[in-house]
Design a protein around this ligand. Sequence first.
Ligand code: AMP
Ligand code: ZN
Length: 131
Amino acid sequence: MCIFCDIISGKIPSSKVYEDDDVLAILDVSQVTFGHTLVMPKKHVADILEADEETVVKCAKVISKLSKQIVHNTGAAGCNVLNNCGEVAGQTVHHLHFHIIPRYSESDAVCFQFNESEKQNLAKVLEKVKG
Ligand code: AMP
Ligand code: ZN
């Protein structure tokens, strides 16, 4: 079905960090930083927009446990927890997954920059976002 489904079924080898009945966590081959880990549901779902709440909650519990474990065991100073949803957001594997990226310094391999756009009318934004 997809490369992560092949990893989950054992067809493709991986470095397993954690596994239970519903969730698998593996080391990301790219290792953006040392210990970079991916948390994914075993059930195939493309992204967070398609996932049911229960699936996301199961992943969140593992993210909560592993982020603490990984930061503690690697000696990182913190971490980024990241989900790319859709190609526009940089998603390349279309099986829901969350990145746990340990951070050792502000200048290591991860760079996020939030640029402020033109001033928004927050009341209008809120109305749109809440629907
Ligand atoms: P994203 O861009 O959020 O879809 O992230 C996909 C991630 O999957 C990338 O960081 C890849 O390095 C990682 N990846 C792709 N193939 C494998 C694989 N066989 N084993 C582990 N990680 C993989
Ligand atoms: Zn899949």
